[in-house]
Write a protein that binds this ligand. Structure first.
Ligand code: BGC
Length: 711
């Protein structure tokens, strides 16, 4: 008999359910939840899992209770939201997505895992894989953006990074793919609201990133808080059992979201905790995060015949198996026993800087003001985000410390020691007072260039942070307009967790950069880009709307019967705005200028099983070395189901010296042209397929070719 069988044979019902129970330590609380007597519960075997505790000493102390003082000595599983870094804070996920760089995504997850494990953590509730197309929804900041292909790449890279080669290693943590699924489709972008998406959209858009995480071996999956068309995800047997375990082949642990099992009562599908617990368990939810429904009500559910002992046993086995895979039985103190080497701290900061600058998107550079001239002698740095160290950390700062973050002001001061840099506090991020505007105007009057740091506070995106207005909060617009009226060159940086609709700023400022929440190295990264030490390479993973009325907005829409035609009244548009975004998916300027030529597809007549080689020649026509990002899209113009106008199938980033040319090549398997057919099965239909390559999803910039799939 193996270890798990032996244990199972000796466990009481309460001890079994204890393994399905996760309780929050008081260190961080992210929602309503039952309070427990933690220490007693661990000793008694009623609490098998904890969240929100970290620190080598703290985790060791509670682990000791489980492995030395509980009857069965089963180690605790300790989880934490290690989302974009643990001690070293990297850019928020939406910013990381701008890098389009799976190797970098993996590296930052690796460091986050190492640091979390050094603090005794064995599980992270990441990666978040919710495709997000509505910037009203605050959690877009945690997402990989609007595209399922990008989200799938991120799913695999993050899972590899967190889990490493061996889940049992002392520097690996179990990853949790969340939140299955379609959370990004909540009604009107309103947090926790219902989503109503078609089966097709589930299978084409929202599920593929989770399939990719499962294929990469993700240890856990978390269903979302929401319901999809009346079926709450926490009790959604069709998706959790049928799709996740059945179709995707997941054999790991399903862990509920915070208090979500009890919330099945509010959803209106369970009258009480007993039925809520039964619904969740029967749907395949193994661990109850904080609601107390399992420990409190599963025994009664069993008595009433609502659940079977074998369903409870299956969940317990899965949890014990995960603890075994994590090496917790062999050495429960494995994590939390290593200290970082001195050189590692510097390497991690260096990675944070590399990740931060690669995430910055240069949205406009109208007058070519950037990079800053080395002759610049006097800059005014103003706006409420200029000196805001804490805000740089973003919405999930884990064990990050505000004092470790470099503000934009400090980054510029460090980068430009010979330049006079003036700063004064002006308006607040959100407050209504305009008192500071005149001080800022006076300060800017003597400057050659103004850096205007605008945006949102970190808490204005993330969970429970939906907004109806995507403009600048408080009196920031008044500040910006007063400065723009001076007629000085103005460079605006936008610190935010979502695209902000600021057409007036894009029209008037000399340059605007999306700088998101870049983490500890924010200020240095911004300075690297402004000074030209780093040639901007970030690209938008979301279509940037002109107006909130355009959302949801995304590039891979299906064609309309009356497609948008400028000037045509009966076409798919608005009376008061075009349907196109302010900046398309993939947009991002460089200080270099790249041109594409010669799209080739080889062969041009293909059959199932073939691979098409797609190539283009890219030329750096500028005098600056730089990195270009190329997007490969396909379109199936005639099919049994209307296919999107463009579908992303590949991305390449190439370093290209000034004046040089290179060929970019993709190997596109013909099977990538298949799609979800009318009966939700995958179909590959013969006929003509368009192949497009461009620097963004803007149709006017695409090079196009075609291939023919023979019957
Ligand atoms: C969030 C999850 C998170 C959990 C634990 C919830 O409120 O939705 O994303 O992992 O809290 O902190």
């Amino acid at each position: 008999m193996g270890r798990i069988d032996k244990l199972m044979a000796t466990m009481s019902l309460e001890e079994k359910i204890g393994q399905l129970n996760m309780v929050a330590s008081s260190r961080v609380v992210t929602g309503p939840g039952e309070r427990h007597d933690l220490l007693e519960g661990i000793r008694a075997g009623r609490i098998g899992n904890l969240l929100n505790l970290w620190g080598a000493d703290e985790t060791r102390a509670v682990q000791r209770l489980a492995v030395e003082e509980s009857r069965l000595r089963i180690p605790l599983l300790m989880g934490l939201d290690v989302i974009h870094g643990h001690r070293t804070i990297f850019p928020v996920s939406l910013a990381e997505a701008c890098q389009f760089a799976p190797d970098l995504w993996e590296k930052t997850a690796r460091v986050a895992a190492e640091e979390a494990a050094e603090d005794g953590v064995a599980m992270t509730f990441a990666p978040m894989l919710d495709v997000a197309r509505d910037p009203r929804w605050g959690r877009i900041v945690e997402s990989p953006g609007e595209d399922p292909w990008v989200a799938s790449q991120m799913a695999a890279a993050k899972t590899r990074g967190f889990q490493g080669r061996d889940l049992a290693a002392r520097d690996s943590v179990a990853a949790t793919a969340k939140h299955l699924c379609a959370y990004g489709a909540v009604t009107a972008g309103r947090e926790y609201a219902s989503a109503d998406v078609s089966e097709r959209t589930l299978h084409e858009v929202y599920l593929p990133p989770f399939a990719a995480a499962v294929a990469a071996g993700v240890a856990a999956v978390m269903p979302g808080f929401i319901d999809i068309a009346g079926a709450p995800m926490t009790s959604n047997a069709k998706l959790l059992q049928g799709w996740l375990r059945g179709v995707a082949g997941f054999d790991g642990v399903v862990i509920s979201d915070y208090n979500a099992i009890a919330e099945l009562i509010n959803h209106g599908v369970a009258p009480d905790l007993v039925e809520a617990a039964a619904l969740a368990l029967n749907a395949g939810v193994d661990i109850d995060m904080t609601s107390g429904a399992y420990i409190g009500a599963l025994p009664e559910a069993l008595e009433r015949g609502l659940v079977t002992m074998s369903a409870i046993d299956s969940s317990v086995r899965r949890v014990l198996k995960l603890k075994e895979r994590l090496g917790l039985f062999d050495d429960p103190y494995r994590r939390g026993s290593a200290r970082p080497r001195a050189s590692q701290a510097a390497e991690r900061r260096e990675l944070a800087r590399e990740a931060a600058r690669a995430a910055i998107v240069l949205l406009t550079n109208r007058s070519g003001i950037l990079p800053l001239s080395p002759e610049t002698r006097r800059i005014a740095v103003i706006g409420p985000l200029a000196a805001a160290q804490q805000e740089m950390l973003g919405s999930w700062a884990s064990a990050g410390r505000p004092e470790d973050a470099v503000s934009i002001l400090d980054g510029l001061k460090a980068a430009l020691p010979k330049c006079r840099i003036d700063h004064a506090a002006d308006v607040d991020i959100e407050a209504e007072s305009t008192d500071g505007i005149s001080v800022a105007v006076d300060l800017c009057a003597g400057a050659e260039i103004v850096v205007l740091s605008l945006g949102e506070a970190a808490a204005m995106s993330g969970e429970a942070a939906s907004r109806t207005d995507l403009g600048l909060p408080g009196r920031q617009r008044a500040l910006a307009e007063a400065i723009l009226d001076l007629g000085k060159p103005v460079i605006a940086t936008l610190t935010s967790g979502r695209p902000l609709t600021l057409p007036w700023l894009f029209e008037r400022a000399d340059a605007v950069l999306a700088t998101w929440f870049l983490g500890d190295e924010a200020g240095h990264a911004v300075a690297d880009v402004l000074t030209g030490k780093f040639n901007p390479a970030g690209r938008l993973p979301v279509s940037w709307p002109r107006d909130v009325g355009q959302v949801p907005i995304f590039y891979n829409e299906r064609p309309s019967g009356r497609p948008f035609a400028p000037g045509a009244h009966y076409s798919s548009t608005y009376l008061d705005a075009p349907p196109t975004p302010q900046f398309p998916f993939g947009h991002g300027l460089s200080y270099s200028r790249f041109a594409l030529r010669d799209l080739r597809c080889d062969p041009t007549v293909v059959k199932a099983g073939d691979i098409v080689e797609v190539s283009v020649t890219v030329h750096n026509e500028s005098e600056m070395d730089g990195e270009v990002t190329l997007f490969l899209f396909v379109r199936d113009p005639v099919a049994s189901v209307a296919r999107p106008l463009l579908e992303l199938k590949g991305v390449q980033k190439l370093e290209l010296d000034a004046g040089r040319r290179k060929q970019a090549k993709w190997r596109l398997p013909v099977e990538d042209l298949s799609f979800v057919g009318q009966g939700l099965e995958r179909v590959l239909e013969p006929g003509r397929f368009e192949i497009h390559v461009g620097q963004s999803a803007d149709p006017s910039g695409l090079l196009s070719g075609a291939i023919e799939l023979a019957p």
